[in-house]
Every structure is written in C-alpha cells, then in structure tokens.
Design a protein around this ligand. Structure first.
Ligand SMILES: NC(=O)c1ccc[n+]([C@@H]2O[C@H](COP(=O)([O-])OP(=O)(O)OC[C@H]3O[C@@H](n4cnc5c(N)ncnc54)[C@H](OP(=O)(O)O)[C@@H]3O)[C@@H](O)[C@H]2O)c1
Length: 296
C-alpha cells in the first residue's frame, strides 16, 4: 500500500520503519528534513511538503507533538489538506484532546476524505515491532478500511466510539501511568534507607500490586537510573509527560471536572523540567524524587 507518514519524531520514525519492513511503499515528511534521512536510507521516499506526501499516498498517518503541530501539518501552507485528497484515508495518531480530533475529522470530511484517530499506548520499541495498543475513534466503515494497517502497527486495536473517543481513552489510560512516575519516586524514598539492590527493589514492586505493567518493560531502565547509569535512548521524555498531563487537565476542566492528583504530579514534573530534566526520560523522574528526599 502507498502510505504517507507525517512526523519523523521517535514514534513516527519507528512506525515508518515497521511499515517499510512489511513492504509498504512509504513516503515521509518531517518539518526538520534531516530527521527523515535515516528513513530515506532505509528505502522511504521523502516528500518536499505535506501536500506532496498526500498526493502520493492512499493512506496518510500523522503522529505529531501536539494540536499546534497538527494544525500546521494539515492546514499550513502546502498542508495535507491544501490539495486534492478525495477518497484518501487519514489516520491521526497524536495524543491530543478529543475536540482537536473531532474538528480535524470534520475538515477532512469536507474535502471528501475520511479520518479516523488512533492514539497509541506503548513507546518506540513496540512501535518498531508493531506491538502498540491502538485506541480508535471513527465511523465503523472508515475503521474497517484502516484495520489492516492498524493491525500491522498494533498488537491490540480497540474501537471505542466515534472520532474523539480514542483521544478520551488515551488520555484516561495515560493518567495513572504518568502519575505513577511521581508516586513511585515517593515510594522509593520510603524504602531507600533499607539499602537494597535496586534490581531487587524494582523486581519486588513488579511482582506485587505496588507495581503497574510499565515496570515489566521499563524496569531495567529504572534500575540503571537508580544506579546512576546511562538509561539508553530517550523514548518518552519529561516534556511529553507534561504535555499529556496539561492536555488531561484541560480536557477535564472543559467537562467541569478536576484532576487533583494529576495536577500535583504536573507541578512536580514542572519543577523537574526547571531543574533541566525536560528532555530526560520518564524513568529518571522517580530517582530524582528519591534523591531529593534524602537526608544530607
Ligand atoms: N514517545 C512515546 O513513547 C509516545 C508514546 C505514545 C504516544 N506518543 C505521542 O505521539 C506523538 C509523537 O511523539 P514522539 O515521541 O514521536 O515525539 P517527538 O519525537 O518529539 O516528535 C514530534 C514530531 O512532531 C513534529 N512537530 C512538532 N511541532 C511541529 C509543528 N509545529 N509542525 C510540524 N511538525 C511538528 C516534530 O517535527 P520536528 O522534528 O521538526 O521537531 C516531530 O516530527 C505525541 O503526540 C506523543 O504524545 C508518544
């Protein structure tokens, strides 16, 4: 299939690599062109503009930082919707608010094309291996059309409602995950003085109700962070966490709801960013808190 992918960030590049590996004809575009070079070397075509990408593709995937980036990619000069896109399928995979996806779907429909959203759970490794968890929103017929491609990117695809529902579900899933990074730091500060081996501590948490799923995949990285070692390539950074928390809090406010725990976690992570950790991986956050609480 002719697939266009807009956004060669960590996730977009991993998804492009996955789809190239499965034999799709992949065209990519990125605002910063240098980041598309690795994919070009792996066999992807590089489009000069989003419009040129859309012209070549049957299905267009977008996975970008935030709503502003989506606005630029779809509606900017030479944006995805600036040319003829009738009959094409758009799959929007960024983590943004439901209202952003709904507004975009309306504009895509007005051009005679279809849009489904599929924000995902899972990070760079699962994206490269086709093991993401897709939270899908869209019309049933459009989702059925996208399903073969979604199944190649995701280990599990849950169609949870019309466009906007996927974004709601993704934000909900990320709330306990993101708050966990703070609560785990607080928990570590409680047991740190026992002087146990970090690998043993993480293993105990992972094998009890004190630990969520994320410890199974990311446990080794956390252990390295606790030992002060390099944790490897950054996959989910503190700025992304802060963006997701702000998005949840704004979404809740629009519904007349409050998220006190998420709000406090955001405050703690804002402090971490002010300390220069904005581009650090999530796994370093609990360790920062553990050390912060340590008696001098
Ligand atoms: N990382 C994860 O583990 C993970 C997991 C699940 C979901 N997500 C979600 O997936 C999305 C992408 O995450 P990521 O980790 O791949 O982020 P990333 O590495 O920071 O990449 C962000 C991408 O958005 C582009 N972008 C930002 N602002 C733009 C603008 N104004 N116009 C055009 N393009 C713009 C960037 O282009 P440049 O290269 O030019 O900056 C880059 O291609 C986010 O919504 C994130 O919440 C991430």
């Amino acid at each position: 299939m002719k697939v266009g992918i807009v956004g060669m960030g960590r996730m977009g590049a991993a998804i492009a690599s996955r789809l190239l590996g499965l034999g799709h004809e992949v065209t990519v575009w990125n605002r910063t062109p240098q980041k598309a070079q690795a994919l070009a070397s792996a066999g992807a075509k590089v489009a000069s503009t989003p419009a040129a990408l859309a012209a070549q593709a049957e299905a267009v995937i977008t996975i970008l930082s935030n709503a502003e980036a989506i606005e630029q990619a779809y509606h900017g000069a030479q944006g995805l919707l600036s040319g003829e896109v009738k009959g094409k399928l758009f799959i929007e995979m960024s983590t943004v608010r439901p209202e952003n996806e709904k507004a975009l779907a309306g504009k895509v429909k007005a051009k005679g094309a279809a849009l489904i959203e599929c924000p995902v759970g899972g990070t760079v490794g699962p994206a490269r291996d086709g093991k993401l968890f897709g939270f899908v929103g869209g019309d049933t017929a459009d989702v059925a059309r996208a399903k073969p491609l979604l199944d190649q990117m995701c280990r599990r695809v849950e169609h949870v409602g019309p466009v906007g529902a996927g974004a709601s579900m993704k934000l909900a899933i990320n709330l306990p995950l993101l708050v966990f990074w703070q609560s785990f730091g607080e928990a570590l500060s409680l047991c740190e003085d026992l002087g146990l081996d970090p690998a043993r501590v993480v293993d105990i948490f992972a094998d009890t109700s004190g630990g969520p799923n994320v410890l199974k995949g990311r446990g080794p990285m956390i252990v390295k962070a606790m030992l002060g070692q390099d944790t490897g390539p950054i996959t989910f950074d503190v700025d992304l966490i802060r963006k997701d928390l702000r998005t949840m809090i704004d979404e809740a406010a629009s519904q007349g709801k409050t998220l006190p725990v998420a709000t406090q976690a955001l405050k703690c992570f804002d402090e971490a960013a002010q300390d220069g950790m904005n581009a650090s991986d999530a796994v370093t956050l609990p360790v920062r808190w553990m050390r912060k609480g340590k008696k001098k």
